[in-house]
Design a protein around this ligand. Structure first.
Ligand SMILES: C[S@@+](CC[C@H](N)C(=O)[O-])C[C@H]1O[C@@H](n2cnc3c(N)ncnc32)[C@H](O)[C@@H]1O
Length: 291
């Protein structure tokens, strides 16, 4: 196995700014990152135009895009959903964001979008991926001491998230919270009970809290989608694509905000974005409010 320390860029540029190694942040033995296996967060980063990826991730992404050429457009549309949903929540007074499945930092991170409207907004980022952790801690948390934290935890064990000291440092569960599950639940298999996970997190939130959720789907073209999914086979996480009506049931206990679960979501009528015109979208997004 070829592997490099988690803090290395892997590109051989000795002058490159060096991220701290994960063991330097968390202590314990060095954690090594396998660069021979394509990796979900790095594939996503590459498709969004980021630089935190390796040849094996780019090859996997290119294989998927060969079958689903418009996939990268859907990912950008997902980022547009994230920005609009964060603005929607911030405009309605939400000041706490629990962003689970953060991804490698890119432009328009949750705290940046929220702070445009509410500079006092607090964000707890959570991801189970060591690569995301090193980038997230270095680029998002350090610049916003006291207002953003980063926790390494797994969505499949929601109790760990709800009791994590870094989460409790910025989130007060007695006041409304925006629970963000943006492009993550398709990494939770049916037998891992995604609905129960969402319900457990929902039950920890007070009235007035919001669920900001997007999820991948093959509804646009199931046959083409299944062929494209072959490209994910070797990636570090398998995906469970779900149809519209099943994703809708993940909002149980929340009132869906108009226009409901959509491929294109723009409830505040923000000025047209070129992505608003795209067809063949591989997923949906929506916001719900806990009564
Ligand atoms: C496709 S990215 C989405 C990033 C961001 N939310 C967005 O929509 O742009 C999915 C992220 O979820 C994380 N993830 C996947 N499964 C997870 C789990 N079980 N617990 C915590 N994070 C997970 C991955 O590491 C990755 O960073």
């Amino acid at each position: 196995m070829t592997s490099i320390p988690a803090g290395d860029t892997g590109e051989g540029d000795e002058n490159a700014w060096r991220l701290p190694r994960l063991d330097e942040i968390e202590g314990g033995p060095p954690i090594r990152i396998d660069t021979t296996v394509p990796h979900t967060a790095r594939i996503y980063d590459y498709l969004l135009g980021g630089k935190n990826n390796f040849a094996v991730d780019r090859a996997a992404a290119d294989a998927i895009v060969a079958t689903i050429p418009d996939l990268a457009v859907t990912l950008r549309l997902n980022r547009l959903f994230l920005r609009r949903a964060v603005r929607y929540a911030a405009r309605r007074g939400i000041r706490q964001f629990l962003d689970i499945g953060t991804g490698i930092p890119t432009s328009g991170n949750t705290h940046e979008v929220a702070h445009e409207i509410a500079p006092d907004a607090r964000v707890a980022y959570v991801d189970n991926d060591p690569i995301v952790l090193v980038h997230g801690r270095a680029l998002m948390t350090d610049a916003n001491p006291g207002r953003t934290t980063f926790t390494r935890a797994d969505l499949r064990t929601p109790e760990d998230i709800l009791s994590a000291p870094e989460v409790l440092e910025v989130i007060d569960f007695d006041r409304p919270v925006a629970l963000m599950l943006v492009a993550i639940l398709h990494f939770i298999r049916d037998d891992e009970k995604p609905h129960e996970i969402v319900a457990r997190l929902r039950d920890a939130l007070p009235s007035g809290s919001m669920l900001l959720l997007s999820h991948a789907s093959f509804d646009a073209n199931p046959n083409q989608g299944r062929k494209g999914a072959e490209g994910w086979k070797n990636a570090s996480a398998e995906m469970t694509m779900r149809p519209h009506d099943e994703i809708r049931t993940m909002f149980a206990g929340f009132d869906l905000v108009e226009p409901g679960l959509r491929t294109h979501w723009n409830p505040d009528g923000e000025p047209g974005h070129p992505l608003d015109e795209v067809e063949n979208v591989w997923g949906y997004g929506a916001v719900g409010i806990k009564p």
